[in-house]
Design a protein around this ligand. Structure first.
Ligand code: HEC
Ligand code: HEC
Length: 148
């Protein structure tokens, strides 16, 4: 019954949507779709998994992840990344140990484990998709960053 009462309202909303005038504007980052129309971004495919560490463009850039991370659990009980990247694990995992900066609290005190500030790795580190950028990018990295 409730739904029936709502129907005229839905109809009106639909009409309002159709009647919206085209602005003629588009945003290249969304493709050639006018801004008032929903765009359909391409689906994500498989992230690059070539295990090749990428050059950094400037000091203090978080390195991108050169391997897939699908389904890795990161929550209060377990952190899959630390299973390989914690410095106590790298002897066996042969992963690059998370750098010493990750073991400092905000007061600069050295901690025995990764700081909670660095716990959610993918806030800063991301895998890469094998796609061409939609818009041009003329960004140039610093010639010789001191990081690896
Ligand atoms: C099974 C072990 C393993 C797990 C789990 C793992 N990694 Fe890695 N990671 C590696 C290894 C080994 C490398 C070195 C390059 C390679 O072989 O892919 C690496 C490389 C990296 C690098 C590149 C470092 C650099 O200096 O270029 C980053 C960043 C990274 N991993 C982040 C993560 C994050 C974030 C997670 C969790 C979402 C994660 N890794 C989970 C093994 C692992
Ligand atoms: C707040 C952002 C941030 C978070 C969160 C973070 N990192 Fe980093 N990470 C960085 C930055 C910036 C660098 C490069 C500068 C440095 O070494 O501190 C880096 C460097 C690294 C490196 C390369 C070390 C080397 O010697 O080349 C690894 C591996 C890494 N992080 C792993 C991790 C893992 C695993 C986690 C999660 C437990 C994590 N990071 C969480 C920002 C972050």
């Amino acid at each position: 019954m409730k739904l029936l009462k709502l129907l005229p309202l839905l109809g009106l909303l639909a009409l309002a949507a159709i009647a919206q005038p085209s602005t003629g504007l588009s945003d290249p980052a969304r493709g050639p779709v006018p801004v008032e129309k929903p765009s359909h971004p391409p689906r994500l495919t498989n992230a690059v998994n070539d295990d090749v560490r990428r050059p950094r463009n400037y000091d203090m850039q978080p390195p991108t992840i050169p391997h897939r991370v699908d389904g890795y659990q990161i929550d209060k009980n377990f952190n899959k990344c630390l299973d390989c990247h914690a410095r106590t694990k790298t002897e066996f995992s042969l992963a690059i140990p998370a750098s010493p900066t990750h073991y400092l609290d905000r007061a600069g005190k050295v901690l025995p484990q990764v700081s909670t500030r660095r716990y959610f790795c993918m806030q800063c580190h991301v895998p890469q998709e094998p796609v061409q950028p939609i818009v041009g990018n003329a960004f140039e990295g610093v010639a010789v960053p001191t990081g690896k």
